[in-house]
Design a protein. Structure first.
Length: 134
């Protein structure tokens, strides 16, 4: 795994953009040799963050962009950011909804959310290469 490796994606905030972003992230995780279980967890968590941006960021306005940045900070840490420039809206809990950020928080080592000028979700994940797994 190469420290400093990074992935940068920009897509329109449309439902059709979520799957290509997940596929690109999956290929990146394969390229840096993240073990399968960790890779699956990261894809679920980041997929939830991207889906939230697509669904909620631009409600009532024309769709903007969703950006995904992933980089290997050190041999054991992957930093991921999902960014939109939409309006952050705090919503009331609804039955059967609202699990996305709980999933993100349960998988990532650390999560921080900034809501000034859009939403930026910072996530840190512990990673190990497939070679590190017994």
């Amino acid at each position: 795994m190469t420290v400093g490796s990074e992935l940068r994606l920009n897509r329109d905030a449309e439902a059709t953009g979520v799957t290509p972003m997940r596929h690109a992230l999956s290929a990146f995780l394969d390229a840096i040799a993240v073990d399968q279980d960790t890779r699956d967890d990261i894809l679920i968590a980041v997929g939830e963050a991207v889906a939230n941006a697509v669904e909620h960021a631009y409600c009532g306005s024309s769709p903007g962009m969703v950006q995904l940045y992933a980089r290997v900070d050190d041999a054991r840490t992957l930093a991921v950011e999902v960014v939109d420039r939409g309006e952050y809206i705090s919503r009331e809990r609804r039955d059967g909804r609202g699990f996305g950020m709980r999933i993100v928080r349960s998988v990532a080592r650390a999560v921080a959310i900034e809501t000034d000028g859009g939403t930026r979700i910072h996530m840190l994940f512990d990673i190990a290469s497939a070679a590190d797994t017994p």
